[in-house]
Design a protein around this ligand. Structure first.
Ligand SMILES: Cc1cc2nc3c(=O)[nH]c(=O)nc-3n(C[C@H](O)[C@H](O)[C@H](O)COP(=O)(O)OP(=O)(O)OC[C@H]3O[C@@H](n4cnc5c(N)ncnc54)[C@H](O)[C@@H]3O)c2cc1C
Length: 187
């Protein structure tokens, strides 16, 4: 490439976590690129499910392939750098991100969206008996679809996701019996 066509990098924006939030951010940068801004996506996984389609997967409307987004391919569409690694730390004063098995990288701007992890230790027995949908990269897809036929299912948390999942299970597996546990706020 001749020097005239080389893009000059003025700033580095690093996005940690290749989930729902950053996919929307990347889509916005694909539609409206900023000259001189190099964007790097760091994720500890290559693929992420689109959570809005998870109920459709449970319902057997979509296959696993259809709900998974390839982060490497997605990044290449927008000419973003993609780094598959786990972020281990951030050195704020030096503006460095520490990565597992790689040298640290510099950032000018940083965005962190690494999702949530269900704290199953707060519910006795949950570690052994409950399936969780978070962290999203650790979903056990086969348990979710294969072993629930004709079972009674207890769903902890009756927010929009809990209700969507319940309806999807009912439609996809013909399960008729549900118990909802609504977690009350303590204030
Ligand atoms: C069944 C269901 C349906 C939903 N439907 C919708 C919907 O229709 N619309 C909507 O807006 N929301 C929906 N949500 C909520 C939505 O999934 C969350 O709000 C969203 O996933 C949060 O986005 P996030 O990018 O912060 O985290 P996530 O999507 O959880 O992604 C975090 C990513 O960061 C990675 N990561 C974690 N730690 C590190 C690390 N140290 N280094 C590198 N990478 C790391 C993880 O592997 C993961 O890929 C739904 C949720 C569920 C459970």
């Amino acid at each position: 490439m001749d020097n005239k066509n080389k893009a000059i990098i003025e700033n580095d924006l690093i996005l940690i976590g290749g989930g729902h939030s950053h996919l929307s951010v990347l889509k916005a940068f694909i539609l409206n690129p900023i000259k001189g801004l190099r964007i790097t996506l760091i994720s500890d996984v290559y693929q992420t499910p689109y959570s809005g389609m998870l109920p459709g997967f449970i319902e057997n409307r979509f296959t696993l392939d259809e709900i998974l987004i390839d982060l490497y391919k997605f990044s290449s569409i927008g000419n973003f750098r993609f780094i598959k690694s786990t972020v281990k730390g951030i050195q704020g004063k030096k503006q460095l991100i520490e990565l597992e098995n790689r040298p640290p990288i510099h950032y000018d701007f940083l965005s962190i969206n690494i999702g949530i992890v269900n704290d199953k230790t707060k519910i006795i027995g949950a570690e052994k008996y409950a399936l969780t949908l978070k962290p999203i990269s650790k979903i056990n897809y086969s348990e979710l679809t294969n072993k629930l036929e004709n079972k009674t299912i207890g769903i902890i948390g009756a927010g929009p996701a809990g209700v969507e999942v319940a309806l999807a299970l009912k439609k996809g597996l013909l399960i008729v019996k549900f118990t909802y546990f609504v977690v009350k706020k303590a204030f």
